[in-house]
Design a protein around this ligand. Structure first.
Ligand SMILES: Nc1ncnc2c1ncn2[C@@H]1O[C@H](COP(=O)(O)OP(=O)(O)O)[C@@H](O)[C@H]1O
Ligand SMILES: N[C@@H](CC(=O)OP(=O)(O)O)C(=O)O
Length: 451
């Protein structure tokens, strides 16, 4: 049996839903269908999840909410009408959206998550009704009923190990199952969402829980490309990627598949394929445990992500001071800051972290503590950095990959703030100024794929 996940772009309108039905009907093995909330119908459209966030924020701020409710209900109403579904489907959706503004406001994060989750929950109900009225008997399954237990971390939940055993019982439900993506339930019974784009994670968890033979992730591109298609014109399509390569690339900006969605499928050894709802016969991109590397192809993809800061710390004879690194990290830990990268030299270390974590107040405290407790010679902060990640399993057996990248960046006049090679040798990270990100990706793509 297969798990098939449709992203918001595949469920944005009645036209898209018709394609979805054809895809599911065309293969009997497509039993478990995971759905996102309706996404954008055009580039200037809004995602239902974003509309729900605005609605939640207005409600929490005690503002008028009618216009938000109306806009969201209209998105579903358009689809119900165009698909000729029974009006009772819309009544249920409309009631559930209106009911949200009666939630207890004591825990705003929980309120926000309940609003967000309703986007996929209502869409799953709509999709199940549409399938059933068009010759494909389907049942809506709520994540609570399925046993999708998650940690109590609103907006960034993690699946709990015990969920998998319960999820295997989904096999006992007859017909096609339609499961809303993006959220699960805590042990106390509260809704908790994954991070944004998290319906991919639900699909992967369900695939692991039901021991699927394949996890198919349907989106709006024919394949995963070697670089963001919005930056590089007609980038190279990738046929096969390893889980490790995909994790590095999606972590660093390939929004097409959530980086946290890889782990459940990888651990359960379930291959993943990314396919296009608008062109289902295209082979897509396969994500597998290992692949043969081509001697002529070392780099498989280049991704970039902005929003990083770097804390540079220097102290003469740092290399001889036992426990120095532990002490640095203990200060970060006590301030509840996690770091992303830590390139180091003999007398210095840079700690790279997400900018969104540090306020100017926290930055002041951090710098003072580092200086005082570690007796540093120098500490410097740089904001507004982008990390460009060059990825490929074949890189470790090839000479000159880093040199090619640094040379390309130098030729493009881009100053390198940091360079770091992951210990697995599957990636090299270039830290640059945010404003150089697009030029850097273009220069690196040209060097690795066109020269
Ligand atoms: N390297 C890449 N290859 C393909 N698509 C990419 C890549 N990087 C970013 N994307 C973007 O990811 C989008 C699909 O992801 P997403 O918007 O989350 O889809 P969905 O709504 O189907 O979940 C594509 O339309 C594309 O713009
Ligand atoms: N709807 C949620 C979850 C999700 O995965 O959506 P999409 O499939 O449109 O990326 C979000 O917007 O974050």
């Amino acid at each position: 049996m297969k798990v098939i996940k449709f992203g918001g772009s595949s469920l944005a309108s009645a036209t898209q839903l018709k394609k979805v039905l054809d895809i599911v009907k065309s293969d009997d093995k497509r039993k478990f269908v995971v759905v996102s909330a309706p996404g954008k119908r055009s580039t200037d459209d809004e995602k239902v999840t974003d509309m729900l966030i605005q609605y939640a924020e207005a409600y929490l701020a005690n503002k008028e909410v009618n216009k938000y409710q109306e806009k969201i209900i209209n998105r579903y109403a358009d689809m119900v009408q165009e698909l000729h579904l029974d009006s009772s489907v819309l009544t249920k959706i409309s009631d559930s959206i209106k009911k949200l503004c009666h939630l207890d406001k004591t825990h705003p994060h929980r309120v926000l998550d309940t609003f967000k989750a309703s986007g996929e929950d209502n869409n799953a109900k709509l999709v199940a009704a549409y399938f059933s009225s068009n010759g494909l008997p389907a049942t809506y399954v709520n994540p609570k009923q399925a046993g999708l237990l998650v940690s109590d971390e609103p907006g960034c939940a993690n699946v709990l190990d015990e969920a998998y055993e319960q999820l295997s019982n989904l096999h006992h439900i007859e017909g096609t199952l339609v499961i809303p993506g993006f959220f699960g339930y805590t042990k106390k019974g509260d809704i908790c969402t994954f991070s944004r784009g998290g319906s991919d994670i639900t699909g992967s968890i369900i695939a692991a829980g039901v021991h699927a033979e394949l996890y198919e992730n349907f989106t709006d591109v024919d394949a995963i490309y070697a670089a963001h298609p919005g930056i590089i014109d007609e980038p190279k399509k990738i046929d096969v990627l390893t889980f490790r390569e995909m994790r590095e690339l999606s972590y660093a900006g390939f929004g097409v598949f959530h980086d946290e969605a890889l782990i459940p499928a990888f651990k359960a050894n379930i291959p993943v394929v990314i396919k296009n709802t608008n062109n289902p016969s295209a082979p897509g991109t396969n994500i597998v445990a290992s692949r043969a590397t081509n001697p002529h192809e070392s780099v498989i993809g280049i991704a970039g992500d902005a929003g990083f800061s770097s804390i540079y710390i220097s102290k003469y004879l740092m290399n001889r001071e036992v426990g120095f690194g532990r002490h640095v990290l203990a200060i970060f830990e006590s301030l509840n800051l996690n770091y992303e990268h830590m390139p180091s030299g003999i007398d210095d270390i840079s700690i790279v972290l997400r900018e969104s974590q540090i306020t100017s107040e926290l930055e002041q405290i951090l710098l003072e503590r580092l200086k005082k407790e570690l007796c540093l010679d120098e500490v410097k902060v740089r904001h507004g950095l982008s990390m460009i990640v060059v990825v490929g399993e074949g890189m470790k057996s090839r000479v000159g990959i880093a040199a090619k990248g640094t040379c390309a960046l130098a030729k493009a006049g881009i100053n390198l703030e940091m360079i770091n090679q992951g210990s697995s040798e599957v990636s090299i990270i270039f830290g640059i100024k945010k404003e150089d990100e697009i030029d850097a990706i273009k220069a690196l793509y040209h060097a690795y794929f066109n020269e």
